[in-house]
Design a protein around this ligand. Structure first.
Ligand code: SF4
Length: 281
């Protein structure tokens, strides 16, 4: 049994909150650069160039890529042979978020109660934490801050099995079309199909962690990803919603077995500031 003290976890989360907000990952940067080549609209091209320049400034100056520094979503893969010492794991994650957002001058966007009070907690906690127990004696931490311009445009539908693959495609395209310019296109589309209602939503969120230049290993899902990307880019929404070809940079689909009576589909839309950084302790 390997021992990990919570201080290591706090420090890692603090650093990951800042890194993810300052540095756009290479797959997204490459997708944006490719977009400049394929975009036909002059406005669209200019916007893509500005987005690339903005990301470069953020990286060099260690500043947030976007003013919406997101709600901190944290994925943990905890090896079953790890023993955590020094306190509560959940408290450690939240302490890391608190320090990361405070010391990194990142906007605090979390309110204490969703409906009645809506008072800012002033330290961007609590984080949304997903715990997963895996083999081994390591802890993998992924911090994925999520802006709500795009989160608000996401959707979930419990289709009937008879709606089949055509129903799945229709729902995904409709969700993106309805979102229009609101999620700050070009977007990344995370899709979860199968499981139960909450499993589909989690699959869609996790799909956003896969690099956009890496296709699903299952040939039928890979084809679906490519087809959806093409259909979405024919919608004409374009960069910043001002029209054009580059509405989405990537569509990542994850699937899971489901019940004989159901076909859940979740679409998690993410903006061009799709952020995530990870560390293994
Ligand atoms: S949707 Fe993304 S790019 Fe738009 S404001 Fe939110 S975090 Fe920023």
């Amino acid at each position: 049994m390997r021992t990990v003290n919570i201080n290591e976890i706090i420090e890692a989360v603090e650093r990951l909150c800042q890194e993810s907000n300052y540095n756009l990952n290479d797959d997204i940067k490459n997708g944006l650069k490719k977009g400049v080549q394929t975009e036909m609209s002059e406005n669209g091209k200019e916007i893509l160039e500005q987005i690339i320049e903005n990301a470069e400034i953020a990286r060099k100056e260690r500043m947030a890529i976007c003013q919406d520094t997101g709600m901190a979503v944290v994925f943990l893969e905890i090896g079953q042979d790890v023993h955590i010492t020094g306190g509560s794991l959940t408290d450690a994650i939240n302490e890391g978020v608190r320090r990361g957002y405070d010391k990194g001058y990142l906007r605090k966007s979390v309110v204490n109660d969703p409906v009645f009070e809506r008072i800012n907690t002033k330290d961007n906690t609590p984080a949304v934490i997903h715990y997963n127990i895996v083999d081994g004696d390591k802890i993998k931490i992924t911090v994925a801050p999520k802006g709500f311009g795009s989160e608000n445009m996401s959707g979930l539908k419990m289709l009937t099995p008879s709606e089949g693959i055509e129903g799945v495609k229709r729902f995904i395209i409709e969700t993106v079309d309805k979102a229009g310019p609101n999620p700050c296109p070009p977007i990344i589309v995370g899709v979860g199909i199968g499981g139960t209602m909450e499993k589909a939503a989690l699959l869609a969120k996790k799909a956003l962690l896969r690099p956009i230049d890496e296709r699903n290993s299952e040939p039928r899902i890979r084809e679906l990803e490519l087809e959806l990307l093409e259909s979405i880019n024919r919608l004409g929404i374009g960069p910043a919603g001002l029209g054009g070809r580059v509405t989405a940079l990537g569509v990542n689909v994850e699937v899971f077995p489901t019940h004989i009576a159901g076909l859940p589909v979740a679409v998690n839309i993410s903006c061009h500031v799709t952020r995530h950084s990870e560390a293994v302790i």
